[in-house]
Ligand binder design. Structure first.
Ligand code: FES
Length: 528
């Protein structure tokens, strides 16, 4: 089996029974904030796009690049489609000209022509990607590969059960706006960033240890930030709180925990994987490439500057009545929302900053009032969250009818945020569900999961706790770490105070726990 690195989470898998192109991403994503790193725009995409199969793991724009798919990927390719709850991915791909689809039943091995086998695991919680993420398992001629990309299943046993995996591709770096955008003192940001960076690596080691593959490929990040406004997010300043470590840092950290089987794929690297080993060739030596990272980024920045400027010029739509349009779009969804609205539990404020030619700023403050179920001007009240961003970005979201503000505004990092209290996942779940179909799905999902009774307990240290994490049901026997009276679930790093059961990371999500030598505590209440 041959794997060609094509940048970020993308790769081309070639076997004698067919080829699969995964997640090709070249054009900037999220308001021209993210670019693939290392640069992959100069690969021979005309050839790379001539494949038998296309796999797009999910609709995040650094995995689903509509313009690139349309221009370069053969429409004769059969799309290997994860079993997602909505038809959005298929609809979008059909619009791009794809007509052949193989809907892979979730977690079932499918035999394609010539003995090529695949299995797709779809994750479908509202917090997975833009309503869904997935991983692809491939087997040919005894060689097995798992392209986990940035999916975070609770464990990898579904894949491990299919036999020893030879190549495991997974995410190790950050892909979020936390903590950089928060209006916090720099020291706090650095401390939170460092915590996050450590947690990302811990989670990666855990997945690697779960599967024990012959070779581990760090993929799906980090992106690079080429706009001058965002340049500081690149991990080139020796900042230990930067959440975007690159593949060379991965190798270094992996070595510290005894990892010796890491393989970095640059765009254009080719790995020949057999049951006995992995031979890799690179367009330039990997160490040399990372030693010259800053020069690479600076050269890329100059080359991509016109693209960024052209995108920026397209955002403003002064004809959009922002308040009126937000009311029209969001109020009907607030009316329908039970779980998400209750979960947010307070007003969320958007400060829209407009800068005139002289540099003077004006700010319009709009509140999405979840308890009051309305969108209205800010009324000098306490809010749960506050987001401050360029007015043009909101105009663009409304103009284009964007239904997912997470997969656009928030991932752009072109905003700052402040909040009272803990992280609130319902805020972000709501703003990725700005359509009837998505909102109904998310409400149904929370309804089902809040009702589900998870009765099994396990003992961790001095505590008896419920086996499944109250967040997304990770097995705490594998992901739970107890230190004193606190439990940390390493899948997403959420912490719980075991004495009270309170989640210290987010609102709701109480855990059931009691000391091993004491009587059980009452059952947890539903999230509020
Ligand atoms: S499953 Fe997300 S923190 Fe446990």
């Amino acid at each position: 089996m041959r794997v060609t690195g094509t940048g970020h989470a993308s790769m081309r898998i070639d076997t004698a029974a067919g080829s699969i192109l995964c997640d090709p991403w070249v054009n900037p994503a999220y308001f021209a904030s993210w670019f693939p790193f290392p640069d992959n725009s100069q690969l021979d995409w005309e050839s790379l796009g001539q494949v038998d199969y296309l796999y797009v793991s999910h609709l995040h724009r650094d995995h689903f690049d509509a313009a690139h798919l349309k221009r370069y990927v053969s429409k004769q390719a059969t799309v290997l489609l994860p079993e997602f709850p909505t038809s959005e991915m298929e609809d979008e791909l059909r619009e791009l000209g794809f007509t052949k689809f193989l809907k892979a039943p979730n977690e079932q091995v499918v035999e394609l022509d010539g003995g090529l086998k695949i299995m797709i695991q779809a994750l479908t919680s509202p917090t997975d990607g833009p309503i869904g993420d997935s991983s692809l398992w491939v087997e040919y001629d005894g060689v097995r590969l798992l392209n986990q990309n940035d999916a975070r299943p609770t464990d990898l046993s579904t894949f491990a059960e299919l036999g020893h995996v030879h190549a495991h591709m997974l995410q190790f770096s950050g892909a979020i706006w936390y903590p950089m955008v928060y209006e916090l003192p720099q020291a706090a940001k650095t401390a939170f960033g460092k915590q996050k960076r450590d947690r990302q690596f811990d989670r990666t080691w855990r997945y690697i240890d779960d599967l024990k593959a012959s070779h581990v490929f760090p993929i799906a990040g980090p992106p690079c930030f080429l706009d001058d406004e965002l340049w500081q997010f690149n991990d080139i300043f020796g900042d230990e709180g930067n959440i975007f470590p690159d593949q060379s840092v991965f190798l270094r950290e992996y070595a510290k925990v005894g990892g010796t089987n890491g393989v970095v794929l640059l765009p254009g690297s080719v790995a020949e994987i057999t049951t006995d080993g992995c031979e890799t060739t690179h367009p330039v030596p990997v160490e040399e490439f990372f030693a010259n990272k800053v020069a690479h980024l600076e050269e890329m920045r100059e080359r991509k500057r016109p693209i960024i400027e052209a995108e920026k010029a397209s955002w403003r739509h002064p004809e959009v009545d922002v308040l009126g349009e937000m009311k029209r779009r969001i109020e009907p969804l607030l009316d329908e929302s039970i779980y998400l609205a209750k979960g947010v539990g307070g007003p969320v404020r958007f400060d829209l900053v407009d800068t005139d030619a002289s540099g003077e700023e004006t700010v319009e403050s709009i509140v999405v009032d979840f308890p009051g179920k309305e969108v209205r001007p800010y009324a000098d009240e306490k809010v749960r969250y506050r987001f401050r961003t360029h007015r043009g970005l909101i105009e663009q979201l409304l103009h284009s009818g964007e239904v997912d503000w997470v997969n656009s505004l928030f991932l752009s990092c072109r905003f700052s945020a402040a909040r009272i209290g803990q992280y609130n996942e319902f805020v972000y779940a709501f703003f990725k569900c700005l359509s009837e179909e998505r909102l109904q799905y998310a409400e149904g999902w929370y309804d089902e999961h809040e009702r589900a009774v998870d009765a099994e307990d396990i003992t961790l240290g001095d505590w008896v706790v419920q086996r499944r994490c109250p967040h997304l049901k990770a097995d705490l026997g594998r992901f739970g770490i107890v230190e004193g009276d606190q439990l940390t679930c390493q899948l997403h790093g959420w912490r719980f105070d075991l004495a009270s059961g309170r989640c210290l990371t987010s609102v709701g999500h109480k855990i059931r726990a009691h000391r091993a030598d004491e009587a059980p505590a009452p059952a947890p209440e539903p999230a509020s």
